[in-house]
Design a protein around this ligand. Sequence first.
Ligand code: 5GP
Ligand code: SF4
Ligand code: MG
Length: 459
Amino acid sequence: CGVFGIYNHREAPQLTYLGLHALQHRGQESAGICASDGEKWYKHRGMGLVAEAFGKGDLEKFKGHIAIGHTRYTTAGSSKIENAQPLFFRYAQGSMAVAHNGNLVNAALLRKELEAKGSIFQTTSDTEVIAHLIARSERTDLPGAVKDALQHIKGAYALCVMNERQLVIALDPNGLRPLSLGRLGDAVCVASETCAFDIIGAEYWRDVQPGELIVVDENGIVESTHTEKTQRSMCIFEYIYFARPDSDIDGINVHMARKRLGKQLAAESAIDADVIIGVPDSSISAAIGFAETTGIPYEIGLIKNRYVGRTFIQPSQELRERAVHMKLSAVRKVVEGKRVVMIDDSIVRGTTSNRIVRMLREAGAKEVHVRISSPPVMNPCFYGIDTSTRDELIAATKSVEEIRQAIEADSLAFLSVEGMQEAIGRKDSTAPNNGHCLACFTGQYPTEIDFEEALPALK
Ligand code: 5GP
Ligand code: SF4
Ligand code: MG
């Protein structure tokens, strides 16, 4: 998902709308904005892309100096309007809106406990659990109640909570999801990715740190923490696939990181070939890096139909498979009679690679060598990236050679875990793995995971 928030701007909702457009790649199932002018609330949520969720006139009615917004990608709860964010609540202390990116790993357990105490849930989203905990806190101030609530939840959360006069920003103790702060004149803004600042003309200020709690209101900015027990483990998949190439995460540009992944991949598994192609859009940077290191020309061998959504986001397997054909086509004149190296950023189920290998052969490629700019994904993610259950992950049960056969490639190689970390270039001696989460590759999860509970919650 993508979250955005802004405080102290007379066009806060309109800037949030623009920010959400820049965060569209982080979720295409629904979008929404909540804003306030200090007294009244303005809210809208809808299904689909930001441009679909907000029809003509929906934004015009918005006013306010404070706003939060969300683009949703379903990993917990189902894809329907009730689960669209920001969620809005009235409770004993007034009203609040909540926007959350990430996945809690103890949401099902907390929900059971809260229901036993009388809570009634209106959504299946784990974000509502956070809201119930905030509402039940003995603290009457919003920042205090948020801090209280965060003591109970585990997992990944990049969070924006607002009432009529305060914006509260929090990041989980592992900093699993990215979250950055920016400034636009006297306004403060927060976004999942820095590309949202560029679109509104804001200046990047800094990244939110693991365990941080930041409050913005008429008294200014208060930077504090909600826990002292922090250990950075930023999702490495943000660099590999999820984030937009023009974003910087902790000062590292995503496109440049991907290019270095491609260079490292070439150093580890170069092969004699005629042309290098990348699977658009997320693998283009890595393909350019691979070509640069090998000296084999980079070409545009696959064209993406930009009017079709990301295949992965379609909830059912059947839809996902159909969407691949709608989405990509091979450039025959580039691949015909050639030994082609096809670079992709990841193999999850293996369906994408298999389709593309076939497509390239149908277009006349003589050989198709697949190179993947990340290691095999062998473990599910519980933190908000949909890498599904273990039985759907092709690398969980198959060797590299077996995967090669399954995707029908002439050769296949993945990047090593060490090479991946080296290429991204983040150096952090205070945390394991240079401050990365690598769990889907290594199986070492940075938080406790109750598998009995977390697995069904992924469905
Ligand atoms: P597969 O077809 O192997 O299940 O999926 C891998 C392909 O899906 C890659 O081309 C990757 O770019 C794309 N993809 C889309 N969404 C995601 C995601 O959330 N995680 C990962 N790892 N890959 C994704
Ligand atoms: Fe990211 Fe993988 Fe960790 Fe999930 S398990 S947060 S996808 S690195
Ligand atoms: Mg891809």
